[in-house]
Design a protein around this ligand. Structure first.
Ligand code: FAD
Length: 294
């Protein structure tokens, strides 16, 4: 550990819980073409300026990405007196909660353009506008749909990246689908005594879910410290099938109740999640009428 008060300190621990969270994708992370003027912020950085420091960051705003933080900032910037021109989303469906689309955009007359992205930034010192265009089903720009949207501020809400550099240096195996650690049903990684939870394990929509998971992981770490043996049976892989992007945990013992978290690949109505073991039905959960992606 390194700290300004204690300097470099070595702490011996029998269990470590990794809870480093995520960082936001930036303009560089999504290779946004064009100039590099001021006025381009991640939505979280904008939240920090506006909500915490009471600093207004612009007057004419475009939002790229329909993640929840972007939607919330569309409303916040409007309430603070800015004109929010539009939210542009690359995917054909909004990324954020349907509730946030309604309460943050529809209620304030802010248009949402799907299958549309920003393809160029303009401006030397300060942002003066962005070029947007529609994309085809392979996310390629449709040139004839290009248009200039004047603005002085661009907020990015284009995803989060789990902060796993420390995990990698500890030899923790990561899952490509989540960019987080691969864990068993006690949230333990492949490194004995190293646990993972929260956004560094997989991106959560709401902080409440993070808190619930954190409580569980704490209990699992305590069980480990008390020397409670892990279930003897070799661990069973949980394999996502059709329409499921990922499941968590990635392995289970099959001897204890377990909560499975998952994300689907596309919005569906009247869907069911079916858990099978060698073709035998183990559990089923129905959702009706939902169009949410998550
Ligand atoms: C910009 C933004 C706005 C959000 N707004 C909402 C909202 O309004 N409502 C809601 O329900 N959810 C919101 N979320 C989601 C919610 O914040 C997250 O799901 C939740 O905070 C994740 O909790 P966490 O503890 O896993 O990670 P975090 O809350 O991100 O905490 C991780 C902590 O670990 C620290 N850290 C990282 N690496 C190291 C290291 N090597 N050494 C020491 N410390 C380290 C970080 O600095 C950070 O303090 C938002 C997320 C973001 C990014």
């Amino acid at each position: 550990m390194v700290s300004s008060k204690k300097g470099f300190v070595r702490i011996k621990a029998r269990a470590v819980i990794l809870a480093m969270g995520c960082r936001e994708r930036t303009a560089g992370a999504i290779s946004l073409p064009g100039t590099r003027p001021s006025g381009v912020y991640t939505a979280g950085a904008a939240q920090n300026f506006v909500n915490l420091q009471n600093i207004m960051i612009g007057k004419q705003v475009v939002i790229l990405g329909s993640g929840d933080i972007g939607l919330i900032m569309a409303r916040r910037m409007t309430l603070e007196g800015a004109k929010v021109e539009a939210v542009f989303e690359l995917l054909p469906t909004p990324s954020g909660l349907a509730r946030n689309v309604r309460q943050c955009l529809d209620d304030y007359g802010i248009p949402l353009f799907l299958s549309t992205s920003v393809f160029e930034l303009h401006g030397k010192d300060r942002l003066t506008g962005v070029t947007v265009a529609r994309v085809d089903d392979r996310f390629r720009m449709i040139p004839e749909t290009r248009r200039l949207v004047p603005c002085d501020t661009l907020l990015l809400s284009v995803g989060l990246i789990p902060e796993n550099e420390l995990s990698l240096s500890a030899g923790v195996r990561l899952e490509p689908a989540t960019s987080g650690a691969s864990v068993d049903d006690r949230f333990m990684t492949n490194v004995p005594g190293v646990f993972s939870c929260g956004n560094v394990l997989h991106v959560h929509d709401l902080v409440d879910h993070v808190s619930e998971e954190a409580g569980l992981v704490g209990q699992c770490a305590v069980r480990y410290l008390k020397g409670e043996p892990a279930p003897e049976k070799t661990f069973i892989p949980v394999v996502p099938k059709a329409d499921i992007r990922y499941v968590l945990p990635q392995t289970i013992s099959g001897q204890e109740d377990v909560t499975i978290s998952l994300r689907v690949t596309r919005p569906m109505r009247n869907a069911a999640v079916l858990v099978t073991d060698q073709g035998r039905k183990v559990a089923r959960k129905n959702w009706s009428g939902s169009t949410r992606r998550k």
